[in-house]
Design a protein around this ligand. Structure first.
Ligand SMILES: [Cu+2]
Length: 155
């Protein structure tokens, strides 16, 4: 599975090097995944995404989880709710934070527990304005449960 995908990426890279840049360039900063406790089957991946041109995050995949979705958390009628979104807009030049309490990549039905110090490969699919997609490979460090501003608002 991994090798053909890698080959495809190399082909894409070669094509990009030869032609004017046609797909969105997205940079990923500080990717991390929250460690899970025993029995926990889902967790979130967080990072900062910045696209050079208008783009959107449209899909995510990881070998550590059987189901991966792009989620949004927001307050609705005083209750924090989490729901899947089809696409997360990445406006040109604007950093978009995936963080606890906001957008995140949801890793569900985990294949194995994720503990601090592990590295989680995540493949993001980004679409440009014309709908052309590009894969972005991310390696996220697993951090402890208490990492980051993860506390929910008290009320
Ligand atoms: Cu979620």
């Amino acid at each position: 599975m991994t090798i053909p995908r890698f080959a495809a990426l190399l082909t894409l890279a070669a094509t990009l090097a030869a032609a004017p840049l046609a797909v969105a360039q997205v940079t990923v900063a500080d990717p991390w995944v929250r460690a899970v406790v025993a029995g926990q089957m889902a967790t979130g991946a967080f990072m900062r995404l910045t696209a050079a041109t208008d783009a959107a995050l449209v899909d995510a995949a990881s070998p550590v989880a059987r189901i991966v979705e792009i989620h949004e958390m927001k307050m609705e009628g005083g209750v924090m709710k989490m729901s899947a979104v089809d696409r997360l807009p990445l406006p040109a030049g604007k950093a978009v934070d995936l963080k606890p309490g906001g957008y995140h990549v949801m890793l569900m039905d985990l294949v194995a527990p994720l503990k601090e110090g592990d590295t989680v490969p995540i493949t993001l699919t980004v679409a440009d304005k014309a709908g052309k997609t590009q894969k972005v490979e991310v390696r996220a460090a697993v951090r402890a449960l208490t990492a980051g501003p993860s506390r929910m608002p008290a009320k």
